[in-house]
Write a new protein. Structure first.
Length: 108
């Protein structure tokens, strides 16, 4: 079991699910520049919550209400635009609820 200081309980729960299914994961391993100033220096970064090396996939979780997802959607869009080779998926509250409910069914 990992002792990572997660930013939200949903991240800790997803990490437990990854561990249960023996999915290798890294928590916030890399930040990507997504906006630059007039001198070409990065001024805004995006750090996805998880990286799954076996799948070469970054995951960003959001359990906020859908109306509040615009900030994360914007960052994911900018990441995809400026780093097209980076595979990133935004997991919404609905996605997380599905994963958690399926893992609970399998665990019982």
């Amino acid at each position: 079991m990992s002792r990572v200081p997660f930013a939200h309980a949903s991240e800790a729960e997803l990490a437990r699910i990854f561990d249960f299914y023996q999915i290798v994961w890294q928590y916030e391993p890399r930040s990507f520049p997504i906006a630059w100033n007039e001198h070409g220096r990065p001024v805004e970064f995006f750090t996805p919550d998880f990286y799954l090396p076996e799948f070469d996939l970054y995951l960003e979780l959001t359990v906020a209400k859908p109306i509040r997802n615009s900030r994360k959607n914007r960052k994911v869009r900018l990441l995809r635009s400026h780093h097209p080779r980076i595979n990133v998926k935004l997991f919404t509250r609905r996605d997380i609820e599905r994963v958690f409910s399926r893992s609970m069914k399998r665990a019982s």
